[in-house]
Ligand binder design. Structure first.
Ligand code: BG6
Length: 487
């Protein structure tokens, strides 16, 4: 139902998002250590990214090594974000830029200084940073030496990192997100990048579920440690600066029953529970969901959880909920993929999909916003949403990404409906502010940005920036606080 005008709350946080490993490049500059994604080769729709134990640029191209070169271009990029009218820039700090090995005695001063320059530049332009503390960038050394988050010791190492950045950026950053898309740990699809569990040699599990050597127990133990670390970080952030607000960051995903068969409806409920609510209950309510024990038993999961852990989790609930939203899927009783923990659901035959097969479902966003809000009654922030597409630059430098404008427009309409429903939605940062490397496939040509970067999949190009049509459209949306979506 298209309307003439729309209403968004005063002070709504419009902006754009990126992640350090996907945009910065400079992977080994100024003392930075290698993070897990720096070991991932490029891929595409058909060819999953490989994790290599040693980095061998002579043999492979590693897309994060160059990103979109934001390390070098950050001033220009932030000026463009300011021109678009961003109120916030959601970005991440790369843990391995601050503690190159994760367990170093002292932080890397050059890394700290880099982000200080970035935050100061944002503030100078009236842009508030929203900062993710880990976005698929656990230092490689922590994966090799400790087994990533499977090891309880990593909690303390993370807290040392947290204390360092909360202290260093006090007054510059007050909105933090702990672990990006933490719920990827509930399925084996994302265990490498979220938990730091590395297969001996093999594929990044974003694409090829069959490549996994999944150990469900390790995966859920890793998640538990991430929960404890996040809860402790919430408390620490509040102690260091009472102005700090800390959110969880979820991969928001709705599962619909594929049919109205009661078995399929129940399957969708189970998928919603494990995918969305397992993590959110812990991080927002402060306890594991009532069905967790049964889930653990059914899947042979035996966790080491102390009384102290449970007390920490209770005390360290988040201030708000942030999440990404790209697509929805369907559940079917005899193909309940999340149950076997290998992949997402089945494609919805009622929906169109992107060139990468991601269904497009703006109405699902309204539905999910209502689901989350009714369950937790905490402020919500959409920190990723967008469409990955092949794009052509015209001879005059322009890029007519009308598909992106339509995608965003329809999602904004759904957001405004949810706000009218009464949902407390505080902000939206599109994915992505600027073209960056795709996390899943490592491609550059899967473009999400409002700003076009002249780069190709193998690191070629001038890396010059060009404003796409969506840049101008979004600028107008922000300038009118979302009142006019149809212009
Ligand atoms: C989210 C991640 O899952 O999806 C981002 O937080 C990622 O890092 C985005 O880039 C889009 O996925 P992809 O695989 O198309 O880059």
């Amino acid at each position: 139902m298209t309307k003439e005008t729309y209403t968004f709350p005063k002070g709504f946080l419009w902006g754009g998002a990126t992640a350090a490993t996907q945009c910065e490049g400079a992977w080994n500059t100024d003392g930075k250590g290698d993070s897990i994604l720096d070991h991932c080769t490029n891929g595409d729709k058909e060819h999953p990214r490989q994790v290599t134990q040693t980095i061998n640029p002579a043999q492979h191209f590693y897309p994060t090594h160059k990103g979109c070169m934001q390390y070098d271009y950050f001033e220009e990029d932030i000026e463009l974000f300011a021109e678009a009218g961003f109120k916030t820039y959601r970005m991440s700090i790369n843990w391995s830029r601050i503690f190159p090995n994760g367990d170093d005695k002292e932080p890397n001063r050059a890394g700290l200084d880099y982000y200080r320059r970035v935050f100061e530049k944002c503030r100078k332009h009236g842009i508030e940073p929203t900062v993710t503390m880990t976005h698929y960038d656990i230092p490689w050394n922590l994966c090799v030496k400790y087994g990533g988050w499977t090891n309880r010791k990593v909690i303390d190492l993370f807290l040392k990192y947290a204390k360092t950045i909360f202290t260093e950026y006090k007054g510059l950053v007050t909105r933090w997100l702990t672990h990006n898309e933490i719920n990827f740990g509930t399925i084996s699809y994302g265990e490498v990048i979220t938990s730091g569990i590395i297969p001996k040699s093999g594929q990044i599990l974003m694409q090829d579920p069959n490549a996994t050597t999944d150990d469900v127990n390790k995966r859920f133990q890793a998640l538990h440690h991430e929960f404890v670390a996040s809860a402790k970080a919430v408390q620490l952030a509040h102690k260091i600066d009472p102005k700090n607000e800390v959110g969880c960051m979820m991969c928001g995903f709705a599962f619909y029953p594929l049919t109205c068969k009661p078995e399929d409806v129940a399957a969708a409920q189970r998928d919603m529970e494990i995918w969305n609510y397992y993590c959110m209950d812990v991080m927002c309510k402060g306890n594991y969901p009532y069905w967790a024990k049964r889930y653990w038993n059914d899947h042979g999961i035996d966790l080491s959880i102390t009384e102290e852990d449970l007390a920490v989790i209770k005390e360290g609930t988040v201030d708000f909920i942030s999440f990404s939203y790209y697509r929805t899927d369907c559940s079917k009783a005899d193909n309940q993929v999340l149950k076997g923990s290998t992949n997402f659901g089945m494609a919805n035959p009622e929906l169109e999909a992107t060139e990468w097969g991601w269904t497009i479902d703006p109405q699902g966003l309204r539905w999910l916003l209502n689901e989350y809000y009714s369950r937790y009654e905490k402020p919500l922030m959409i920190v990723e949403n967008g469409i990955g597409a092949y794009e052509k630059q015209e001879a005059d430098g322009s890029v007519h990404d009308l598909q992106r404008i339509e995608y965003m427009r329809n999602h904004f309409e759904a957001m405004s409906q949810a706000i009218e429903d009464g949902v407390d939605l505080i902000g939206y940062t599109c994915w992505s502010a600027i073209d960056i490397v795709s996390a899943g496939t490592g491609e550059f040509k899967k473009r999400y940005g409002l700003i076009y970067v002249d780069a190709d999949d193998l690191g070629g190009g001038t890396y010059k920036r060009y404003k796409k049509d969506s840049f101008y459209w979004y600028k107008n949306v922000i300038a009118t606080n979302g009142e006019f979506l149809n212009k």
